[in-house]
Design a protein around this ligand. Structure first.
Ligand SMILES: [Zn+2]
Length: 93
């Protein structure tokens, strides 16, 4: 991850431990993925076993980790930093 945006120089690490709260966003994303996977399995194969469910959930978490990690950090940062369409358009940057 860059330490600052290469376009507008917005710091991606505003303070130490800033992304601690992104865990709660990640938790919500993973809960949605779990429920979606479980409902999908229930519809496709209603006679599933617990080990099938755990295997699918493990695969879903591992495969979605690069996306959910970055997405939760992006959402967390967007909660605190307002989008500025003019940032990065000034001649000095
Ligand atoms: Zn930027």
């Amino acid at each position: 991850m860059h330490s600052a945006c290469p376009h507008c120089k917005q710091s991606f690490e505003p303070e130490p431990g800033f992304y601690f709260g992104a865990m709660f966003i990640s938790y919500a994303i993973n809960t949605a993925l779990f429920i979606g996977s479980w409902v999908g399995l229930l519809l496709i194969y209603p006679d599933y076993t617990l080990s099938m469910l755990l295997g699918i959930l493990t695969a879903v978490v591992i495969l979605s980790l690069p996306l959910s990690f970055r997405l939760s950090r992006s959402i967390w940062l967007a909660l605190f930093v307002r989008f500025d369409p003019e940032a990065g358009n000034t001649p000095h940057s």
